[in-house]
Design a protein around this ligand. Structure first.
Ligand code: NI
Ligand code: MN
Length: 227
């Protein structure tokens, strides 16, 4: 599986010939100014929750790419009202077979509202399984013990975890999450974008490495191979 990082918690996974874009927030990210949004292609856009730093470019990118959006019911309704009307609504614990594989929408411990303050459903994460492998994107979340269940019942090839602290779990809790998820390949997201979430990259990598885990911190615009 090919993983391309677009900054903050926005990334593209290419698997079985399909492009899955997650949490599009690029135009509002000063660190991602080199990314040409117009060049992004996607078959699906998966949105974890309604906060602006995960949804800012969703309507524009859904229209530009013609992608089907996957998220909770409230977010799919909200996107549809703005003309991004190819949507697939889900809720926690639910799984659906798409043409690339299955998506299970799972809980996260966070909050979720739209940029105008209205209710955006509950915040979630995704477990995606295709013929090429399986991965978990936690969205914005604290550490929570249900991650043990995710690890027990899915063979995860890599996990994408927030590590910036303050608004989500930080590095130490992400290391614990990695153990619960029984996976040793981790991509860190949700760091450095704002003042509250700046991290020391070398320290973060060392903490994961000391437990036998590999923390990937791709540069914005970089593509890596995972799984
Ligand atoms: Ni958030
Ligand atoms: Mn966030």
């Amino acid at each position: 599986m090919k993983f391309t990082y677009y900054g903050h918690s926005c990334f593209l996974v290419e698997t079985v010939g399909k492009k899955l874009l997650f949490d599009p927030f690029i135009s509002g990210n000063e660190l991602a100014h080199d990314i040409d949004i117009k060049s992004i292609k996607a078959d699906y856009i998966l949105i974890s929750h309604g906060h602006a730093d995960h949804i800012l470019d969703a309507v524009a990118l859904a229209k530009q790419t013609g992608a089907t959006c996957i998220s909770n019911y409230e977010i799919i309704e909200w996107l549809g009202a703005q003309g991004a009307d190819k949507g697939h609504p889900m809720n926690f614990g639910g799984k659906w077979n798409f043409d690339f594989g299955t998506v299970k929408y799972v809980n996260a411990a966070h909050s979720s509202s739209f940029p105008d303050g209205t209710y955006a459903g509950n915040p979630g994460g995704f477990i995606v399984t295709t013929n090429e492998g399986s991965f978990y994107y936690a969205g914005d979340t604290a550490l929570f013990s249900d991650m043990k269940l995710f690890g027990k019942h899915h063979e995860l090839d890599f996990v994408v975890l927030p590590i910036g602290d303050n608004f989500t779990m930080g590095i130490d809790d992400a290391v614990i999450a990695t153990k619960m998820l029984k996976c040793n390949q981790v991509v860190g997201v949700h760091f450095d974008t704002f003042g509250f979430i700046k991290i020391d990259h070398a320290e973060a990598k060392a903490k994961f490495e000391s437990k036998g885990y590999n923390l990937h911190l791709p540069k914005i615009g970089q593509t890596i191979e995972l799984g």
